[in-house]
Write a protein that binds this ligand. Structure first.
Ligand SMILES: *Cc1c(COP(=O)(O)O)cnc(C)c1O
Length: 336
């Protein structure tokens, strides 16, 4: 048995999703003529209560388009020190958009407006001007942390008062929605630009979206083409995304329950803290985790190593209860 807990990106399309893909109506999306892409973009915009959405090959591209829309070259983005946009996108904001970045450090990645307000730089003769703030929800490296809705509202009020843009890295906003019941449209209302991934917990093989207002979406299409993200008969991929939106959001609660069970079962070995598990991500803390990961992989259990003494496990569509039991046995034996 192989149980791949490294990421929720490893899922493969189910027969039903594949059937939706192979029967998709397609056209040339660079001409705006792919009916399946157009339908996906309209459905996603509607879910978030926004005017428009732009289909992208990856979440990184959706994030970078959002940031470029909000921050001019030589000006500044603020984000959490462990955020995806500044750690895992190969320096794209600087390399491709000339964006300067400054970070705040939040425990577990949890948003705390009190940490951000003091570091905002208003326009000034010799300091870099802050133009936008990026928030990750759920927070990946923080351990699937859900951002409190009151804190997000407070951040919007601060951004409005200071004339700043707000970008949501919502690669896993679906998990935040499933965990809290906060409507996606409420998240949408608080941000100027929102990126979402279809290829993580929702189980599509490829695809993300940048969701925003109509005017920014038009500019987003130009930036996407410039980045090489203009796709042609992308409707085959959009059909997987449409299937995912229609069928795979509500079931994320199952992934969250399995992550809880996994963490509670491993807690007695002192390698994780179930009280910190809010969604589908379980952080592991144990010495020489690389050695444990190698030994676990030999028994079919794959985990992510993030540092010398910590790592990560994610539950997703392709992990069932038997897989969790197998992972608990293998990791418990290695840790015990
Ligand atoms: C996965 C992820 C992304 C996008 O990743 P891609 O591999 O480029 O699709 C963005 N933000 C977060 C927090 C992620 O976990």
């Amino acid at each position: 048995m192989i149980v791949d807990l490294r990421s929720d990106t490893v899922t493969r399309p189910t027969p039903a999703m594949l059937a939706a893909m192979t029967s998709a109506d397609v056209g040339d999306d660079v001409y705006g003529e792919d009916p399946s892409v157009n339908a996906l973009e309209a459905e996603a915009a509607e879910l978030f209560g926004k005017e428009a959405a732009v289909f992208t090959p990856t979440g990184s591209m959706a994030n970078q388009i959002g940031l470029q829309l909000l921050v001019p070259p030589g000006e500044e983005l603020l984000c959490d020190v462990r955020s995806h946009v500044v750690n895992y996108e190969m320096g794209a904001a600087a390399a491709l958009s000339g964006i300067s970045t400054r970070t705040w450090a939040a425990p577990n990645g949890r948003l705390d407006v009190a940490l951000i307000e003091p570091i905002i730089n208003p326009p000034h003769p010799y300091s870099t001007t802050t133009r936008a703030i990026a928030v990750e929800n759920t927070h990946n490296i923080g351990g699937g942390t859900v951002q409190p809705i009151e804190e997000l509202r407070a951040l919007r009020a601060l951004a409005d008062a200071q004339g700043l843009g707000l970008h949501l890295d919502g690669a896993r906003i679906w998990n935040a929605h499933a965990a809290t019941g906060v409507p996606l449209s409420e998240y949408g209302a608080l941000f100027d630009t929102v990126s979402v991934c279809l290829s993580k917990g929702l189980g599509a093989p490829v695809g993300s979206l940048l969701i925003t207002d109509a005017e920014r979406a038009q500019r987003a299409r130009v930036i996407r083409k410039r980045l090489g993200g203009g796709m042609r008969q992308a409707g085959f991929l959009a059909a997987a995304g449409r299937y995912a939106l229609a069928n795979n959001i509500e079931r994320l609660a199952e992934d969250h329950a399995r992550a809880q069970h996994l963490a509670r079962s491993l807690e007695p070995f002192g390698i994780c803290d179930a009280s910190q598990v809010e969604t589908n991500i379980v952080l592991l803390r144990l010495p020489d985790i690389a050695q444990v990961a190698r030994a676990a992989a030999e028994q079919g259990v794959k985990i992510s190593v993030l540092g010398p003494d910590w790592g990560r496990m994610l539950t997703h569509l392709d992990v069932d209860d038997a897989g969790i039991e197998h992972a608990v046995k293998v990791l418990g034996d290695l840790a015990g």
